[in-house]
Ligand binder design. Structure first.
Ligand code: UTP
Length: 277
């Protein structure tokens, strides 16, 4: 059985909800205290055993590439000015053996289209997808829990959490088969993107997935749907006709940092830890 070693980070979205902050700065580079959002997500992947990070990016997101590059000039200055302790903050040890690759998504045709841009790098392996907007705090991390569930079940796994009824139109929503004994893993019966009404349950998809490379076959034939975008959810729905896909109720605290509310809550949560230190 091949280990999951590749993770795709779609970061080409426009970040409209954070304008004007995201006019010149990628949404993923907004700091949660002193660390950009994207670094929390990359750290999560690397700590879960991922060795190849594939960013699906755009021309406005160059700062992400700079952020994960080595900055030897700054490193030297820090050492020469007696601030050696800061070196690991800029050229991090845990990223030294990680391969970072950047693929441009030329027009923002949706998450599904963004993922399709990684096909030539993923080839026929199963792989992780992380949406950095969802900051999820737990040890073991959310993606690590999903990878363990993948190892156990050998099928695509999607992170799930419960949402209140009035929020079901904001997420991909699923229906599942009840397991015969208590478990965090559920066989998916159906999935639908942002249902306007009659959501199939209160279980929503979060920004963590482990998918089989067969997803590309379904993505290729998809037409844009909700928001005139090619939706990953629609490809997963097609996949359900041919093979098992499981949902996994992860343990952890999630902040939707793609929204102002979630972003503020994340800062408040982590600020408390600093203030109590
Ligand atoms: P969102 O739906 O949050 O869109 O994308 P967004 O553009 O980032 O933010 P808003 O809604 O305009 O404020 C979900 C994820 O899919 C990526 C985004 O970068 C984010 O990680 N995405 C979305 C792409 O990479 N390409 C796209 O065409 C669309």
């Amino acid at each position: 059985m091949k280990k999951i070693t590749k993770a795709v980070f779609p970061v080409a979205g426009l970040g409209t909800r954070f304008l004007p902050a995201t006019k010149a700065i990628p949404k993923e580079m907004l700091p949660i205290i002193d660390k950009p959002l994207i670094e929390y997500a990359v750290e999560e992947a690397v700590n879960a055993g991922i060795t190849e990070i594939i960013f699906i990016t755009s021309h406005t997101k160059r700062a992400i590439e700079d952020h994960f590059d080595q900055n030897f000039e700054l490193e030297e200055k820090l050492i020469n000015s007696g601030k050696k302790d800061f070196v690991d903050k800029i050229n991090r040890d845990i990223f030294q053996n990680i391969k970072f690759t950047y693929v441009r998504q030329k027009s923002q045709n949706g998450l599904g289209d963004a993922i399709l841009h990684s096909e030539h790098l993923i080839q026929d392996e199963s792989f992780a997808i992380i949406l950095a907007d969802d900051l999820i705090i737990n040890n073991p991390s959310c993606i690590s829990q999903l990878i363990s569930a993948y190892d156990e079940n050998q099928c695509s796994i999607i992170g799930l959490n419960e949402v209140p009824e009035h929020e079901t139109d904001k997420y991909g929503m699923v229906s599942v088969e009840e397991p015969s004994s208590p478990s965090n893993s559920f066989l998916l019966k159906d999935i639908i993107e942002k249902p306007k009404s009659n959501a199939p349950s209160n279980l929503a998809v979060v920004g963590r997935y482990v998918l089989s490379s067969k997803i590309f076959k379904y993505l290729k034939n998809l037409k844009p749907s909700i928001g005139d975008e090619v939706q990953l959810t629609d490809a997963i729905k097609l996949m359900l006709y041919d093979e098992n896909v499981m949902g996994y109720m992860y343990e952890g605290k999630k902040f939707d940092c793609g929204s102002r509310h979630g972003y503020v809550n994340a800062i408040q949560y982590l600020a408390k830890e600093i203030l109590n230190d």
